[in-house]
Design a protein around this ligand. Structure first.
Ligand SMILES: *[C@@H]1O[C@H](CO)[C@@H](O)[C@H](O)[C@H]1NC(C)=O
Ligand SMILES: *[C@@H]1O[C@H](CO)[C@@H](O)[C@H](O)[C@H]1NC(C)=O
Ligand SMILES: *[C@@H]1O[C@H](CO)[C@@H](O)[C@H](O)[C@H]1NC(C)=O
Ligand SMILES: *[C@@H]1O[C@H](CO)[C@@H](O)[C@H](O)[C@H]1NC(C)=O
Ligand SMILES: *[C@@H]1O[C@H](CO)[C@@H](O)[C@H](O)[C@H]1NC(C)=O
Ligand SMILES: *[C@@H]1O[C@H](CO)[C@@H](O)[C@H](O)[C@H]1NC(C)=O
Length: 465
């Protein structure tokens, strides 16, 4: 117990909540108040609902900046409906403890936007840690198992949600400030897993996310309309996009992702496709992306611009899975085109790829459009080995969502269209000589759409060379 507390305090030093005032003007915060859900009668048997005791423990906290509160979950299994997290509270889900999300529609609030197992709205200094697990019981939402793509339950009977994506998310921070999520496992979300919406100053560290590989929409971390977000040392293994930045009501600035391991049947890193406002200042460093359907992706569709983006020190392995998922094994994919004919044009500018090494079944796809150019793209120290090891059909270019959909086009090392400013330096393409992939066109420029090109030390050849 003592060791656990010492370890926890070390972690808290590691990821402190910022002090809102200089230390001289206010007394330092007192040691956190510790409240256990067990003291409020939580059964922890995984059968009885513990919603009321969990919420009572949270609501017993003073919610004062000078008295932070830790709500602890001792080992056990806590079945719950939506839990509302509040300011100055950290949930400590201890090793051996699992919070289990309810699987009934009545377990969630009436408004679809608030369908989360754990939800913090408008809170300051709020977090989750402790070494335990939060489990969305996603397998219980599978209507029909299918190795290509599962068919999921959708709560669309009452009309409060329409379509085939009506399932609860796992953990959400909406309109929050100073969010800390660290050292916790998020397991089997029924829908999106960790959702950061309109937040400021978020740190996500050492979080392990494990979703079902064949279930759609179980994104790992979605960052929407939020500023100053840092994600480090995460491990994400899931069916849908692993880390996805979107803009719906406001711009998104300053997102850093580093030291993460990712496997997904969709995009490992995705900017878009919801892109109504601008994205600016995005940094991705030291990532390991394995057996994914798509590696690094920008999908601008709704009029926003993505500017000042760097990808560095990244290893990528991409392969085909199934056309029912977006992605065609591209290690790098950048598109700016119209979702609907009436959408506004967005653009992508100032994107830098440095120290990238990829082994992929398909090439790099860089596709602007007439009204939405890609500009100032730089590739420095990039190695791509092209090899085929699955039986899926190649030769389709994937513009989805919207735009031209799937289009027949023979594979190439880089396919490029509607670009202004392209620098390729120390780029090395190697084509497998094991007969899995015949040598293709290394560079495929759509005629008369790519301007200001610089090639320095570019090579393409058989991989044995
Ligand atoms: C409800 O969800 C099912 C299953 O995904 C889907 O087939 C159906 O079209 C949806 N119905 C409505 C009204 O959204
Ligand atoms: C993020 O920064 C942008 C640009 O300064 C601002 O418009 C937006 O309101 C900020 N969002 C949040 C959630 O603070
Ligand atoms: C890169 O990230 C991995 C975790 O995925 C970590 O083990 C390694 O130390 C990081 N490398 C550097 C140079 O920080
Ligand atoms: C690319 O390959 C060359 C030659 O094998 C190697 O020296 C270089 O470090 C590699 N670069 C990256 C980013 O992997
Ligand atoms: C790229 O790799 C080289 C050689 O390992 C290293 O010196 C350089 O700092 C790296 N660049 C970036 C932006 O990380
Ligand atoms: C691609 O070409 C094949 C054979 O020529 C054809 O059957 C298929 O419909 C085409 N696909 C698309 C998306 O155009």
């Amino acid at each position: 117990m003592l060791a656990g507390l010492i370890q926890l305090s070390l972690l808290l030093i590691h990821l402190p909540f910022p002090q809102s005032h200089p230390a001289t003007s206010v007394p330092p915060p007192q040691a956190p108040l510790v409240v256990s859900v067990a003291d409020y009668g939580a059964a922890g048997d995984g059968v009885r609902y513990d919603t009321v005791p969990i919420q009572a423990a949270i609501d017993s906290c003073p919610s004062s900046p000078s008295r932070p509160c830790h709500v602890t979950f001792p080992p056990g299994s806590y079945l719950t409906a939506t839990v509302h997290l509040r300011s100055h509270i950290t949930l400590i889900v201890r090793k051996g403890a699992t919070i289990l999300g309810g699987t009934e529609e009545r377990d969630y609030p009436a408004e679809r936007d608030r369908w989360y197992v754990i939800l913090a709205e408008g809170a300051t200094d709020v977090g989750i840690t402790g070494g335990g697990v939060i489990d969305g019981q996603g397998l219980r939402f599978i209507e029909r198992f299918d190795k290509r793509k599962n068919v999921m339950v959708s709560w669309n009977k009452t009309g409060s949600c329409l379509g085939d994506e009506c399932r609860p998310r796992l953990v959400g921070f909406v309109g929050c400030k100073n969010v800390r999520v660290w050292d916790v496992e998020l397991r089997l979300p029924a829908y999106w897993c960790l959702n950061i919406v309109s937040c400021q100053n978020t740190r996500i560290h050492g979080v392990s996310i494990c979703g079902d590989f064949n279930s759609p929409n179980n994104d790992g971390i979605d960052i929407v309309d939020s500023n100053d977000t840092i994600i480090t040392r995460c491990k994400i293994d899931t069916g849908d996009d692993a880390i996805c930045a979107k803009t719906e009501t406001a711009p998104l600035h300053d997102l850093t992702v580093s030291d993460c391991w990712i496997r997904t049947k969709s995009s490992a890193i995705k900017i878009g496709s919801q892109s109504w406002f601008d994205f600016k200042g995005l940094r991705f460093n030291n990532l390991s992306i394995v057996d994914s359907h798509r590696g690094l992706a920008l999908q601008i569709r709704d009029g926003g611009n993505a500017n000042d983006v760097t990808f560095s020190n990244i290893n990528i392995k991409t392969r085909y899975y199934d056309p029912s998922w977006w992605g065609r094994a591209e290690p790098i994919y950048m598109t700016s085109c119209l979702r609907h004919p009436k959408s506004k044009h967005g653009s992508i500018s100032n994107v830098h790829f440095v120290n990238i090494s990829a082994t992929s079944e398909n090439g790099v796809f860089l596709s602007g459009s007439k009204g939405g150019l890609l500009s100032d793209l730089r590739f420095n120290n990039v190695n791509v080995t092209y090899r085929r090891w699955t039986e899926y059909q190649e030769g389709l270019v994937d513009y989805r969502p919207g735009c031209q959909g799937l289009v027949n086009h023979s594979m190439a090392g880089f396919i490029m269209e509607h670009i202004k400013g392209l620098e390729i330096e120390n780029v090395n393409m190697r084509w497998s000589d094991d007969n899995s992939l015949p040598l293709k066109n290394p560079l495929d420029f759509r005629p008369s759409t790519v301007n200001d090109i610089s090639l320095r030390n570019f090579r393409s050849g058989w991989s044995a060379q």
